[in-house]
Design a protein around this ligand. Structure first.
Ligand SMILES: [Zn+2]
Ligand SMILES: [Zn+2]
Length: 350
């Protein structure tokens, strides 16, 4: 719309009169903290993209292999495969000389998501499994042991918790235009489609991108509604909704800090605090693959005093785990979920 000069002057005058200087300088676009967690959970918090990736770690490559067991429409699957290729997580490779058919294989960045899946799986097993082992038993081939991977500090090789990590601004710190979430996000229940999976249960507990970001802010020290809202630039109704859901799932508890009017703090439960390792792994992936070598935030482990990178290691031999050195033993019948694809995360080199 074009305004006449007179109308422009009038608009400028009235805005000068009404708005304080800071208000007028406020950018019109929503911004958010530049953050390696945000850029990664944009992918993982979409149920379909997540399920496609999970199947890739069970050896799915062809369209029908991804489709089997997920009850996903062809159109949705095509869309997610295309997006994951665009994100550099899957790549297309043709498997027949006589047709144009392609396989979708994990790229290096895709394979590097594996430790995140492992840490989420262990979280799921710790909090939701009543039996001794979850749906999947992991065999670490390096030591030939049944493994329950843990997240450790790259410097002292010890486990760390939310309490002994300090966050320091990194070279990429700042704010950016708010990211548009992937379209047609369905409900969190969709994470539970297909085979029994502790990774799905872990990610379902958090639910969506906003909830991951609320969790992140809680680890950075925000506990009050207005603090969370100011940091995230999130609409009041969305924040209210997500906090209620996270309380319902046992990630946060409410604590009264003021009587009149009633005000609450949102405190992480022990289960919520236990998501720290996975969240730090998600950050580390974003730093490696999305930050152009300029991580927005650095982590200092107070126990050893060093700036560190979180690493998922085998709890038996202490060696870092990757998708090439893990084998699965399924504790369910894979035929019910589209059949066995592989007992390895990445069968052979890709
Ligand atoms: Zn350390
Ligand atoms: Zn091992």
């Amino acid at each position: 719309m074009r305004l006449s000069v007179a109308a422009k002057e009038k608009a400028a005058k009235s805005s000068k009169k009404k708005l304080p200087v800071r208000e007028r300088q406020k950018p019109t676009l929503a911004t958010e903290r530049r953050c390696s967690i945000a850029s990664t959970v944009g992918i993982l918090a979409d149920p379909w993209a997540f399920l496609v990736l999970r199947e890739a770690f069970f050896g799915a490559k062809r369209f029908e292999e991804y489709r089997s067991g997920l009850e996903i429409t062809r159109a949705t699957l095509s869309d997610r495969l295309r997006r994951l290729v665009h994100e550099g997580i899957l790549r297309e490779s043709s498997y027949s000389d006589t047709s144009s058919r392609v396989e979708y294989k994990l790229t290096k960045a895709g394979i590097d998501l594996y430790p995140i899946f492992m840490s989420l799986m262990q979280f799921g097993d710790r909090w939701f499994e009543t039996s001794k082992s979850g749906p999947l038993q992991l065999i670490h081939e390096t030591c030939n042991c049944v493994s329950k991977p843990i997240v450790t500090c790259s410097c002292c090789e010890q486990r760390f918790s939310a309490r002994d990590v300090t966050y320091i601004d990194g070279p990429g710190t700042g704010r950016i235009a708010a990211e548009t979430p992937w379209p047609s996000r369905r409900t969190a229940d969709d994470f539970m489609r297909g085979r029994p999976s502790s990774v799905s249960r872990a990610i379902e507990v958090v639910g969506d991108r906003w909830s991951f970001l609320i969790l992140r802010e809680a680890f950075y020290g925000s506990s009050r509604f207005d603090q969370l809202q100011a940091e995230l630039g999130i609409a009041t109704n969305i924040l209210t909704d997500r906090l209620a859901r996270l309380i319902d799932r046992g990630v946060f508890r409410k604590k009264l800090y003021q009587d009149a009017p009633e005000r609450f703090e949102y405190i992480l439960t022990p289960m919520g605090a236990d998501l720290h390792g996975s969240l730090m792994m998600i950050m580390a992936w974003g730093d490696r693959w999305r930050s152009q070598g300029r991580p927005p935030m650095l982590l200092r482990h107070e126990a050893c005093g060093q700036i560190f990178t979180p690493v998922v290691v085998c709890n038996r031999c202490g060696k870092a785990i990757d998708a090439f050195s893990m084998k699965y033993r399924m504790r369910y019948n894979p035929d019910q979920y589209g059949g066995r694809k592989s007992s390895r995360a990445v069968p052979g080199r890709v």
